[in-house]
Design a protein around this ligand. Structure first.
Ligand code: FMN
Length: 188
């Protein structure tokens, strides 16, 4: 049996418009802050954008068309880093790895708090950076929607066709034997 928060976690396509208590946001920040990072550089910079904030409209305009569902969430959060301030051991861009670790730690805490997170790669980086005043030499790695999961049935008629199709799809994963090996890499 694995942790309930890991088992139940999913990326919802429907968010309630209900706001999220500031105390819960503080808990998420605390969780993200304690994530491990290469040389403990903690390169992540999070920008939390509430639906009432003046930068929200421009951030929403940076989202890919297919991510329109994210606009219902009370918070959109962009996470970036300065690649030059992070570890480059083995020539690898660990800033992105470190951001992933931090965001995943936040995601598990969000589940624990009864919240849900849906991460996105579908957005225009320059528009996100301009909307949120990220410095030029930063890279934005992920934007995620944060809030309470909504009941799709209650707003079915308002949902886009492609969202309805995705809601009907079952969640799936590769069989463990495809990705996890013991002793040596196993070619397919
Ligand atoms: C880095 C990253 C980028 C993603 N980009 C998008 C996106 O642009 N739009 C979207 O609807 N979902 C996006 N997702 C969500 C994935 O599609 C989702 O995590 C995957 O289908 C597994 O579903 P689950 O999270 O509900 O288990 C992204 C997830 C990750 C981790």
């Amino acid at each position: 049996m694995i942790l309930q928060e890991i088992k139940d976690r999913r990326s919802p396509l429907v968010f309630k418009e209900d706001d999220v208590d500031k105390q819960k946001i503080k808990a998420l920040i605390e969780a993200a802050r304690w994530a491990p990072s290469c040389f403990n550089k903690q390169p992540w910079k999070y920008v939390f954008v509430h639906k009432n904030h003046s930068s929200r409209e421009n951030l929403e305009a940076a989202l890919a068309l297919g991510n329109g569902w994210a606009k219902r969430a009370p918070y959109l959060v962009a996470v970036g880093a300065n690649p030059n301030e992070a570890c480059k051991t083995n020539g690898l861009p660990y800033y992105a790895y470190d951001i992933g670790l931090s965001v995943m730690t936040l995601v598990i805490e969000a589940e624990h708090q009864g919240l849900r997170v849906h991460q996105m790669a579908g957005w225009n980086e320059e528009k996100v950076k301009t909307a949120l005043s990220f410095p030029e030499n930063y890279r934005v790695v992920v934007v995620f929607a944060l809030g309470y999961e909504g009941d799709a049935k209650s707003i079915l008629e308002r949902l886009e066709e492609r969202v309805k199709e995705r809601l009907a799809e079952p969640r799936k994963r590769n069989a463990p034997t495809k990705n996890f090996f013991f002793g040596a890499f196993k070619k397919p």
